[in-house]
Design a protein around this ligand. Structure first.
Ligand SMILES: Nc1ncnc2c1ncn2[C@@H]1O[C@H](COP(=O)(O)OP(=O)(O)OP(=O)(O)O)[C@@H](O)[C@H]1O
Ligand SMILES: [Mg+2]
Length: 282
C-alpha cells in the first residue's frame, strides 16, 4: 500500500488541490484509494463532498485511541460521482456491499490537538497505528496542514512517500528547500518508511518569465526530486472545487487537460513503487 503525505510548510500553495487531483485520477483509473484529511480546516473533506455529520468519527477523534478503534468502521464513501461505481480490485465492498473506490476519513478541528512540536514516538506513531490494519486500498493520500508540527510529522511517520507542493515563487522555492532538509533529518530518525520524496510545482503560469526562471531554479535545487509534471494555474479550478466535483468528471477542454496532468502526476508518484520495499517497517 502506497501512503503519500501531501505537505508544505507554506499555506495555500495547493496541497488540498493536488490531493483532490490525485484522488480524481485514482478514481478514474479504478485505484482503490483512501483520503485521510489531517488538516484541522478539513478542506479535503469538503472538496470530496463529505458532510461533517456523515456518521463516522473524524480522524482527530480516532487518533486519540488508535489501538482501540478500527479505521475501517470510520471510512465514508466520497460524495463524488463514480466513487462507488467501480468495484475495488479485490472485490471488497463498503457497508451494505456497495463496491467502493474512493473513501475518506473525515477531518475536523479536533486534529489541532496534535499540532504541537513533538519527538515522542508514542505521539508520532498514532496515525501509523491507525493505518496498520488497513489493507483494502492500493493508495492512501494524506492531506496535511500548512505546518511542520505534530500533525504533519505524524503523517510523515506513517508514509511511504512525501510529496511537497511548491509554487514557482521565491519564497515558496526557498521554503521548500528548507522543508526538504527538515524532512531528510526527520526521516533518518522517525520516518524510515519514507522511501521517496518529491516536489510538484503548482499554479505555474507558462507565459510568466518569473515562473519559468523559478522552475529552472527548482530543477537545479531539487534535481530528480522535482517531478516531471507541473500543474498550471487553472481558471476554473475554484469552480470545480466549489461544486465538489472530481476534475475528471468536469466538462470542457481545460478540465480534460487538468485531468490528464493529474493522471501523469499519479503515474509519476507511483513510478518508484517497483523498487520500493513491499512491507513497511513498523
Ligand atoms: N493550479 C491551480 N490553479 C488555480 N487555482 C488553484 C490552483 N491550485 C490551487 N488553487 C486555488 O488556491 C487556493 C488554495 O489552494 P489549496 O486549498 O489547495 O492550498 P493548500 O496548500 O491546501 O492550502 P492550506 O495551506 O490552507 O491547506 C484554493 O482556492 C484553490 O482552488
Ligand atoms: Mg489545504
Amino acid at each position: 500500500m502506497q501512503i503519500i503525505s501531501i505537505s508544505s510548510l507554506k499555506g495555500g500553495v495547493g496541497k488540498t488541490s493536488v490531493t483532490l487531483g490525485l484522488a480524481s485520477a485514482a478514481q478514474a483509473q479504478g485505484v482503490p484509494t483512501l483520503v485521510v484529511d489531517m488538516d484541522p480546516h478539513a478542506d479535503a473533506t469538503t472538496g470530496l463532498g463529505v458532510r461533517q455529520d456523515a456518521g463516522t468519527e473524524d480522524v482527530g477523534t480516532l487518533l486519540s485511541h488508535p489501538r482501540r478503534v478500527s479505521l475501517a468502521d470510520h471510512v465514508v464513501a466520497s460524495g463524488w460521482t463514480g466513487s462507488t461505481a467501480v468495484p475495488a480490485a479485490d472485490g471488497d465492498g463498503g457497508p451494505g456491499g456497495t463496491p467502493r473506490i474512493l473513501d475518506v476519513v473525515r477531518g475536523s478541528s479536533r486534529t489541532s490537538l496534535y499540532e504541537r512540536p513533538t519527538t515522542r514516538q508514542r505521539e508520532l506513531r498514532r496515525l501509523t497505528q491507525l493505518l496498520e490494519p488497513v489493507t483494502r486500498y492500493a493508495l492512501v493520500l494524506i492531506d496535511c496542514p500548512p505546518a511542520l508540527n505534530g500533525v504533519t510529522r505524524m503523517a510523515w511517520a506513517a508514509s511511504t512517500d512525501v510529496l511537497l507542493v511548491a509554487e514557482p515563487s521565491l519564497f515558496s522555492v526557498a521554503g521548500t528547500e528548507r522543508t526538504l532538509r527538515a524532512l531528510d533529518l526527520f526521516r533518518k530518525e522517525y520516518a524510515q518508511g519514507v522511501t521517496s520524496t518529491g516536489v510538484v510545482a503548482n499554479r505555474v503560469r507558462p507565459a510568466s518569465v518569473e515562473h519559468q526562471f523559478r522552475l529552472g531554479e527548482m530543477e537545479r535545487m531539487y534535481g530528480d526530486r522535482l517531478l516531471p509534471v507541473a500543474i498550471p494555474e487553472q481558471g476554473n479550478w475554484q469552480q470545480i472545487q466549489g461544486a465538489a466535483w472530481p476534475v475528471h468528471a468536469w466538462p470542457g477542454r481545460t478540465a480534460a487537460e487538468s485531468a490528464a496532468l493529474f493522471d501523469e502526476l499519479l503515474s509519476a508518484v507511483q513510478r518508484p513503487l517497483k523498487d520500493r520495499r513491499t512491507q513497511r517497517r513498523h
